[in-house]
Design a protein around this ligand. Sequence first.
Ligand code: AG3
Length: 276
Amino acid sequence: MSDAHFWFTEYQNNNLSIGLRIKQIIHSEKTDFQTLDVVETVEYGRLLVLDGCVMTTDKDEFVYHEMLSHVPMHTHPNPKKVLVVGGGDGGVIREIIKHPSVEKAVLAEIDGRVIEASKTYFPHIASGLSDPRVDVQVTDGIKYVEDHPNEFDIILIDSTDPIGPAVGLFAKDFYQSVHRALKDDGIMVAQTESPFANAKLISSVYKDVSEVFPQTHLYLAFVPTYPTGMWSFTMGSKKYDPNAVTECRVSGTKYYTNAVHKGALALPPFVQELTR
Ligand code: AG3
């Protein structure tokens, strides 16, 4: 195979793909739940792939991890106990523990191999997993949420796409169970894919979350290696409004600022439409 054709390709549908030229395949395995690959790319550093889909890369991981975490973490005045469902690479946990208010952060990841691969090949992403406040549970997140009523200030759903192991994480039943696992002023955020590629999914998640939570908010971030580059996050909040946040409590972020927080909640009309 000539060098010119050594590419990783994620096929987003029959007509669209994203490609990254790769230097080498570092690791490949079939876990009990999915295929897992780590490849070294030319432009984006190391790339973590699950079932053929880009999960994260060295170069742009901060965008998604900061935005999934810091928007809800700032919306809550004093988040102490946080649960991350999925997110075995540890990127979301790393951001959460930047908040001094956090006493405990639980990671409920179904696939222990993702955690191990991240520790080995993405130590800067997995770094937070060894913090004494972090409790790593290799378990089914759906079951974990059901078994912990009225416990968390924030629950973040860092899932794969709504196919395979993550299907149940996009269901209304699950949002109801998340609502029960949150305290009276709790907040959830789920990653909800691309407005260009997954408009129907975003609409239906928005509707489901708004039938469960008194407030629902959609926000966006720019993730170059995810399908279409425009990514959405759906927040369900029992009490606090993310639009009211006026300060940034963390330093050293590369994407998140108070102005970006506000801007992320401003939706272009074609995305706003998905919330009606
Ligand atoms: N969570 C997966 C986002 C979905 C990406 N989808 C895709 N490439 N088709 C990312 C895990 C990072 N902690």
